[in-house]
Design a protein around this ligand. Structure first.
Ligand code: NAD
Ligand code: UD1
Length: 330
């Protein structure tokens, strides 16, 4: 299939381009590079020995998007082109609503206009809010605590309504848990600008000596060791989940959790990182981070049952691959 990957130069998008190319698909990337670099796509080509067509385009720009659809006979769209920093979304809510909602509208409108049947959307476990773990796709969604989360919940509803209005238009809403790690080559990975907000990039930067010590946000949660529990998933497993979701997408709206189903605490992750890489990461316990929940992990059985997909790489793989990328990144 010929797949338009919006946001394909970013962290999850670039790994998904690799998985798509390896599965024999043709890849067209549209990315405005607001949080990525074009060189990442050169690395994708290097890994796969295949070509990628790239448009430096803002996918909220309807005319620019229309011209891509008019030029290529696209069979499916994967929409990664979102802003994703939770804290920033509280400071700049309108920028987040504009970018994340208008991009979804523009891309799905173009699909309806050009008869593109398959649309895969990057949603997030954040839409579950403070539900009981494990999170299951059938749960009623609870309000999220920030504009970023709201953009995911609203996009899910918009796409569901669009699919209802046109039976040929099929949508897969993929709710990611915590993507970490990097491609096994170490050529592409997660390279946040500034001080990382998320745990794994913070840990790798402490290991590298770029940051002093990890601050563990709270050890008084009702969890195995008091620290927050999350469902970390290797980014290549996540990427491969997109390929399967796209291949198997039939009419209607399909929601899938993409997680491992396993919860890991902050201290367990620090320990796994030490075991995988032989590096002890210094840490201190500090206050809880506002807005954090105690536990977040998936019921991953629906994706297994319906798509035949399960995450295959374990926590040690995630730690090893994240570190390999960080070591080589300048
Ligand atoms: P990322 O920032 O690395 O990638 C997003 C890409 O989209 C970047 O290359 C950026 O330049 C591009 N982009 C953003 N707005 C654009 C626009 N208007 N037009 C064109 N390009 C645009 O982020 P990521 O971690 O790869 O996340 C991809 C998607 O998955 C996002 O929608 C994010 O909200 C979602 N998601 C991410 C996580 C996570 O932990 N990384 C978890 C759940 C959901
Ligand atoms: C964050 C986002 C969430 C998003 C998810 C996946 C926030 C508030 N939430 O959540 O919306 O869906 O990433 O991208 O940003 N931790 C530390 N020290 C650190 C960093 C994190 O102890 O320096 C802890 C956190 O308290 C948490 C765990 O590590 O318990 C994971 O944190 P993080 O990687 O930021 O992911 P989420 O909290 O799941």
């Amino acid at each position: 299939m010929r797949i338009l990957v919006a946001g394909g130069a970013g962290y999850i998008g670039s790994h998904t381009c690799v998985a798509l190319l390896e599965a024999g698909h043709t890849v067209i990337v549209a990315d405005n590079l607001c949080n990525s670099k074009a060189e990442t796509l050169d690395k994708v080509k290097q890994i796969t020995d295949k070509d990628v067509t790239f448009y430096k385009v803002d996918v909220t720009d309807e005319a620019a998007v229309d011209s891509i659809f008019a030029t290529h006979q696209i069979d499916g769209v994967i929409h990664f082109a979102g802003l994703k920093a939770v804290g920033e979304s509280v400071e700049k809510p309108l920028a987040y609503y504009y970018n994340n909602l208008v991009s979804t509208i523009v891309l799905s409108k173009a699909c309806l206009k050009y008869g593109v049947r398959k649309f895969v959307f990057s949603s997030s476990a954040t839409v579950y809010g403070e539900n009981e773990v494990p999170f299951v796709e059938t749960m009623d969604l609870l309000p999220t605590t920030n504009p970023y989360g709201e953009t995911k919940a609203i996009s899910e509803r918009m796409l569901t309504d669009a699919a209802k209005s046109k039976s040929e238009f099929s949508v897969s809403l993929l709710r990611y848990f915590n993507p970490v790690g990097a491609h096994e080559s170490g050529l592409i990975g997660e390279a946040p600008t500034g001080i990382p907000n998320n745990l794994m990039p913070y840990v790798t930067q402490v290991a590298k000596g770029k940051l002093g010590k990890l601050r563990v946000f709270g050890n008084d949660y009702p969890t195995i060791d008091g620290t927050g529990v999350r469902d970390y998933i290797h980014v290549m497993d996540l990427a491969e989940g997109h390929v399967v979701a796209l291949d198997k997408l039939t009419s209607g709206v399909h929601i899938y959790n993409l997680g491992t189903g396993q919860g890991t605490s902050v201290l367990q992750l620090v320990q796994a990182f030490g075991e995988a890489n032989g590096i002890e990461v210094p840490y201190e316990i500090v206050d809880r981070r506002p807005g954090d929940i105690a536990e977040c992990y998936a019921d991953a059985s629906k994706a297994k049952r319906e798509l035949g997909w399960t995450a295959e790489r374990d926590l040690l793989d995630m730690c090893r691959d994240a570190w390999r990328f960080e070591k080589g990144y300048v």
